[in-house]
Design a protein. Structure first.
Length: 187
C-alpha cells in the first residue's frame, strides 16, 4: 500500500472509465487526490492549479489525442510521469510511438479488472522519485544554511586592510560559484 499522498491528473472522457480507474487506484494508494479532465484547456489549467505528481490519460478524446495531451505535459514539465490507460493502442507500433514520445508507460483498458497490479509498480516508482527529490532539496537547503553561516562569519571578521577586504570578497565569489555548480549538478 502506498501511503505517500499522490496528486493524480486523469484525462478521460468516459465517466464510467474514470470511476473504474479510481476504484483500482484505491486498492493500492491510501491517500490521493484525483482530478479528471477531458480536454486540452482544462488539462493546462489543471497543470497550473492542481500540479499533479502523475498523469494518466486516455488516448482517444473528443477534441484531441493523448499524444496532444502528452505534448502539452512535456512542454509544461517533462519530469511528470505520464501513463496511457487506453483501449486504442492495439498495435505494437502505436504503443512504441507513445513511449518514444515520452510516455512512462501504457496499459490497455481491456485489463481494467487488474489495473491496480499494473499501475502499482509505476506509482511506486513515482513515489521513489518524489522521495529522492525531497532528499535532494533537503541537501541543497542544508548547503545554503552552511553558506549563510560562512557569510555571517566572514561579516564578523575584523578587516584591517584593503587586501583583507579583497580576499574576503574573493572567498564570497568562490563560495557562490561552488554553490551554483553543486545546484546545477543536483538538478
Amino acid at each position: 500500500m502506498i501511503t505517500t499522498k499522490l496528486r493524480i491528473l486523469l484525462i478521460e472522457d468516459y465517466k464510467t472509465d474514470a470511476e473504474l480507474i479510481e476504484m483500482q487506484i484505491q486498492q493500492f494508494v491510501k491517500d490521493y487526490e484525483i482530478k479528471v479532465v477531458d480536454n486540452v484547456p482544462d488539462f493546462n489549467r489543471a497543470l497550473q492549479n492542481f500540479v499533479p505528481d502523475v498523469i494518466l490519460s486516455d488516448y482517444n478524446l473528443p477534441t484531441c489525442t493523448g499524444l496532444d495531451i502528452l505534448e502539452e505535459a512535456k512542454a509544461h514539465d517533462a519530469s511528470i510521469p505520464f501513463i496511457f490507460i487506453t483501449g486504442t493502442i492495439d498495435d505494437d507500433e502505436m504503443a512504441a510511438n507513445t513511449i518514444l514520445s515520452g510516455a512512462s508507460g501504457f496499459i490497455l483498458k481491456k485489463h481494467m479488472n487488474n489495473l491496480a497490479e499494473k499501475l502499482e509498480p509505476l506509482f511506486k516508482q513515482v513515489v521513489f522519485n518524489m522521495i529522492k527529490q525531497d532528499e535532494l532539496r533537503e541537501k541543497i537547503r542544508k548547503n545554503k544554511i552552511a553558506v549563510n553561516q560562512i557569510y555571517d562569519y566572514l561579516d564578523k571578521i575584523n578587516v584591517d586592510t584593503e587586501e583583507q577586504k579583497i580576499n574576503l570578497s574573493k572567498i564570497r565569489k568562490n563560495i557562490d560559484l561552488i554553490q551554483m555548480e553543486k545546484e546545477d549538478k543536483n538538478l
